[in-house]
Design a protein around this ligand. Structure first.
Ligand SMILES: CC(C)(COP(=O)(O)OP(=O)(O)OC[C@H]1O[C@@H](n2cnc3c(N)ncnc32)[C@H](O)[C@@H]1OP(=O)(O)O)[C@@H](O)C(=O)NCCC(=O)NCCS
Length: 213
């Protein structure tokens, strides 16, 4: 049995908590967050992240594995800071795949990445660390997805697309096959990306156009 602590206490964390609760071989010990959000899907609040600093002394065993439950909608900086700090302190993030998601055996998931209910990650896709593949999102064959990328609920990333670090593809958006989305892009909900996005910025509409930096 592996003990896991969930980092984060918001709505996204509640979904990750419910996913973890269904996985065999894991015991979800609790969640950390700057403030309490009551019990999260029945999971106890442990305190801020700093309570993990003396985990070994309190629990009598090595630090537990962590699951990342902090979301982002276009600004990954807060979660980047937390993951950096926790890794520097020696903790290890594990990837989490919901029971109802599908990840092809030839695909790979970076540490800390969560693949949420109903999502599909198809053959040969390579997902970097700390990604969010949200509910019912599809990552088609051969895609290469950078660190801290969030694919919103129902987003479809067609085959052989490359997505740079920290970008978000909004809910229900589509990226046409073979394109590149640069790091730091926020593609709005429902947009259709028909040409590579080579500059960071916010893109909306069909075809997706740059709205602002
Ligand atoms: C694109 C987005 C980031 C813009 O947010 P914003 O900068 O706060 O923009 P506003 O809401 O102030 O809207 C500004 C304009 O853009 C339009 N707009 C906003 N989102 C849009 C979208 N997804 N597609 C088309 N137009 C959009 C608004 O209608 C408004 O138009 P107007 O100036 O003609 O009135 C945001 O609307 C969005 O789509 N975020 C992704 C949300 C998502 O997928 N969440 C999943 C979480 S799990």
């Amino acid at each position: 049995m592996t003990d896991v602590v969930l980092i984060g206490g918001g709505g996204h964390a509640s979904v990750v908590a419910s996913m973890l609760g269904e996985l065999p071989g894991l015991r979800l010990v609790g969640y950390t967050a700057p403030e309490a959000h009551g019990t999260l899907e029945g999971v106890e609040y442990l305190g801020p992240d700093s309570v993990l600093a003396d985990w070994e002394a309190r629990a009598g065993h090595a630090p537990v594995a962590l699951a990342l439950g902090i979301g982002h909608v276009g600004d990954p900086a807060p979660r980047q800071a937390v993951t950096r700090r926790m890794e520097e302190a020696g903790f290890q993030f594990r990837s989490v795949t919901a029971r109802s998601a599908w990840v092809a055996s030839s695909a790979s998931l970076g540490r800390g990445t969560v693949v949420m209910p109903g999502a599909v990650v198809n053959a040969g896709a390579r997902l970097g660390a700390f990604g969010i593949i949200n509910s019912n999102a599809v990552v088609e064959h051969g895609c290469i997805v950078g660190e801290h990328v969030h694919l919103g609920p129902g987003a479809v990333v067609s085959g052989d697309v490359r997505i740079g670090a920290g970008s978000m593809i909004g809910a229900g958006a589509v990226v046409v096959q073979g394109l590149e989305v640069a790091a730091g892009c926020l593609v709005g909900a429902g947009a259709v990306v028909t040409r590579s996005l080579t500059e960071a910025g916010v893109y909306v509409g069909c075809p997706a156009r740059r709205r602002r930096a």
